[in-house]
Design a binder for this molecule. Structure first.
Ligand SMILES: NC(=O)c1ccc[n+]([C@@H]2O[C@H](COP(=O)([O-])OP(=O)(O)OC[C@H]3O[C@@H](n4cnc5c(N)ncnc54)[C@H](OP(=O)(O)O)[C@@H]3O)[C@@H](O)[C@H]2O)c1
Length: 297
């Protein structure tokens, strides 16, 4: 496993983090609350046993059941092997006290007395205003002081201008999380946001490196290009490596939905520093991207 410095912290994170929004489900429906629990626990523990040390969950994932399954997976000594990230569902907060009530409920579900990283979930211009109105920074700082939270960050869904405003709007962010993959370099924070936050010293946590799985399920014109190209790596391996080739990135979160995906992605992360994309692979990704851009909307 490759490890990278996590922003301002004296700690190194595994290049691959486990996103817990896409566990396998009993009925096969993505995001369903009915998680295939034994399978999900085995997947998470397999990844941790091979060096993954960052686990990302949220209040809303799998209808609230992701936190419960993560809590179970992290029993038997696994909690001490990872740093755990969870998120405050800003849209549910009506008053400042709700921050504490929800955080305490999350800790109970996770069967732990603290989360190492806590994110204000899915910030955009509107929720950023709410964060300030409810003075959630004071709430978070109190939780940091009493040990329930290690470090504060945010995940993000809005324009890069809003992103920069949020980065500059609080001087104690440790990290930020946003969508980044070879197709989405201009979307939301994008490459500009990546450089901006990195220059400010924040750790960069990338989500949707495989565009939520869509890159691995391409439309026909794109599939034809993949199939005609030399098969140096799988599509998902190319997409992950493209993210890791950005040295600003601390960790790429992948929401793996089967053991096979966990095995593949963990193996890729082990070679992330020794196997950057070749010039031919970069050219292939540029061609793929252009083909996507030419597709009807
Ligand atoms: N804070 C936020 O607002 C927010 C938003 C989005 C995500 N997140 C977090 O970020 C994490 C990562 O985002 P993501 O789950 O969208 O990541 P992703 O890696 O882009 O997408 C995950 C999907 O990619 C496919 N995949 C993964 N590995 C594969 C492999 N080796 N071969 C083929 N397909 C593969 C699977 O799709 P199939 O299941 O279809 O096979 C999997 O469900 C989430 O799990 C969540 O923890 C946070």
């Amino acid at each position: 496993m490759e490890y990278r410095k996590f922003g301002p912290l004296d700690w190194e994170v595994s290049a691959l983090g486990f996103g817990c929004a896409r566990f396998p489900t009993v009925n096969g429906v993505e995001f369903d609350p009915g998680i295939s629990e034994a399978e999900a626990i085995a997947m998470l523990r397999y990844a941790i046993d091979r060096g993954v040390n960052y686990v990302d969950t949220a209040h809303i994932y799998h209808g609230g059941n992701s936190e419960i399954v993560v809590g179970k997976a992290l029993q038997d000594g696994y909690r001490a092997k990872v740093r755990l990230a969870d998120k405050s569902p800003i849209w549910l907060l009506e008053k400042s006290e709700d921050f504490d009530t929800i955080l305490d409920g999350q800790l109970r579900k996770l069967q732990t007395d603290h989360v190492d990283f806590y994110l204000l979930h899915g910030l955009d211009a509107k929720s950023w205003t709410k964060v300030q109105e409810l003075d959630l920074f004071s709430c978070a700082e109190k939780a940091i002081a009493d040990g329930r939270i290690g470090h504060l960050g945010f995940s993000f869904h809005d324009t890069v201008e809003v992103f920069e405003q949020i980065v500059d709007g609080y001087d104690k962010w440790t990290f930020c999380q946003f969508i980044y993959n070879f197709l989405d370099t201009e979307k939301q924070a994008g490459t500009r946001g990546l450089k901006y936050a990195a220059a400010k010293g924040l750790a960069i946590v990338v989500m949707e490196p495989i565009q939520g799985g869509k890159i691995a399920r391409p439309p026909d014109p794109v599939r034809a290009i993949w199939e005609g190209a030399p098969q140096t790596r799988t599509v998902s391996a190319l997409a992950l490596q493209w993210v890791w080739d950005h040295r600003e990135v601390a960790v790429a979160l992948s929401g793996m939905s089967s053991m096979q995906q966990v095995e593949e992605n963990v193996a890729c992360a082990g070679a992330a520093h020794t196997a950057p994309l070749t010039e031919d692979e970069r050219a292939l990704l540029r061609r793929i991207r252009q083909t996507y851009e030419e597709l009807p909307a």
